[in-house]
Design a protein around this ligand. Structure first.
Ligand SMILES: [Zn+2]
Ligand SMILES: [Zn+2]
Length: 210
C-alpha cells in the first residue's frame, strides 16, 4: 500500500510530495525549497529515499533537488523537454533570490515514454507541455502528481517565458480524457482534488468534459 505526504515548501507555497511503500522506500516528488522539512519527514518515518521525480524544471519545484541528491546520492528523473530550463537554472535562482545549486538530472525522460519503473514504484508518465515545454504528470495507484498543469479551480500559468498556451490547451484536453474521473490530483500548489470534481467545477476544464 502506497502512501504520500504533502509538504508545503518555503517558495511560492509549492507542494512537495513524499511517496512511500511498505518497504519504507520513498520517492521525493518536486522537492521545492525546504530541505529540512523533507529530511525531518523521512527521519521521523524511517523512510529511505530512492529517487527524485520532477514534474517540470521550475525552481519552486526543484529548489532542494540538488541538496537531496547530494545528501542521499539518488537519481533525479525529469522530462528531457525541460533541459533548456535546467541550463538556465542559475539565472532563475538569482531572480528568485534563492541560494540553490543546480541539480544534475541523471535520468532524462523522453516525452514519448509512457512508463517508468523505480524499484517497486511503477508510474505511468503523461507528457503535458504548455506551462513549461517539459511538463509531465506521473500516475500511480489512481493518484496523479500533475505539477502545475491543473490546480483546484484553476490551471497553470501560460504567460511565462517558455510557456505555450496552445500546447496547454491540447494537454488539458488530452489529460482530462485519459484518466479515470475518480483519480486524485496531487497538484503543484494548493489542495488536492479529483479529476471528476475539476471537470464539474473548474471553469478552465469544463469545456473539455466528454
Ligand atoms: Zn511551474
Ligand atoms: Zn509551481
Amino acid at each position: 500500500m502506497l502512501k504520500y505526504k504533502r509538504i508545503v515548501s518555503n517558495l511560492l507555497e509549492e507542494n512537495i510530495y513524499i511517496l512511500s511503500d511498505e518497504n519504507k522506500d520513498s520517492i521525493i516528488i518536486d522537492p521545492g525549497l525546504g530541505f529540512q522539512h523533507i529530511k525531518d519527514y523521512l527521519e521521523e518515518n524511517d523512510l529511505k529515499p530512492i529517487a527524485i521525480l520532477a514534474t517540470h524544471a521550475h525552481i519552486d519545484h526543484i529548489a532542494s533537488a540538488e541538496e537531496c541528491q547530494r545528501k542521499y546520492s539518488i537519481p533525479i528523473y525529469m522530462c528531457k523537454e525541460d533541459s533548456l530550463l535546467i541550463e538556465n537554472y542559475e539565472k532563475l535562482a538569482g531572480f528568485w533570490k534563492v541560494e540553490a545549486r543546480k541539480p544534475k538530472i541523471t535520468n532524462w525522460i523522453d516525452k514519448n515514454e509512457t512508463e517508468i519503473k523505480i524499484n517497486n514504484f511503477e508510474f505511468r508518465c503523461f507528457f503535458n507541455p504548455g506551462h513549461s515545454p517539459g511538463c509531465m504528470s506521473f500516475e500511480i495507484d489512481n493518484t496523479i502528481f500533475c505539477g502545475d498543469l491543473i490546480f483546484k479551480g484553476s490551471i497553470g500559468r501560460t504567460d511565462l517565458p517558455a510557456s505555450s498556451p496552445l500546447d496547454m490547451e491540447k494537454s488539458l484536453e488530452s489529460f482530462v480524457n485519459s484518466f479515470d474521473i475518480d483519480s486524485i490530483l496531487c497538484t503543484g500548489h494548493g489542495d488536492e482534488t479529483s479529476l471528476g470534481q475539476e471537470l464539474k467545477t473548474n471553469p478552465f476544464l469544463m469545456k473539455y468534459a466528454r
